[in-house]
Design a protein. Structure first.
Length: 94
């Protein structure tokens, strides 16, 4: 029990001391990757919205293509959301 308590104190002090651990690097990398995925998806959504406004008079075929693109973006956003949940679980372990 005493050894376990000492281990906890050592771990807590190393976290407070700002030591870089592989776990911290992994969490930071996950956050950066997730943010870049989010920004990329947001840029795609904004570009599609601009295209939609510029091409209101196109045929229903074009509208079906956009529908497919929105479905793909939805899947990307689900992926990003799952990554964020994973990062949140990792952060909660600390």
């Amino acid at each position: 029990m005493k050894k376990h308590k000492n281990d906890q104190l050592n771990e807590a002090s190393s976290l407070l001391a700002g030591e870089i651990t592989s776990t911290k690097v992994e969490v930071i990398a996950s956050i950066v990757l997730t943010l870049s995925d989010s920004l990329s998806t947001l840029a795609t959504i904004l570009a599609l919205q601009e295209e939609k406004e510029a091409a209101q008079s196109k045929t229903s075929n074009d509208s079906q293509d956009q529908q497919q693109q929105f479905k793909q973006m939805f899947e990307q956003l689900l992926y990003v959301n799952n990554r964020l949940d994973s990062i949140e679980r990792k952060l909660n372990r600390f």
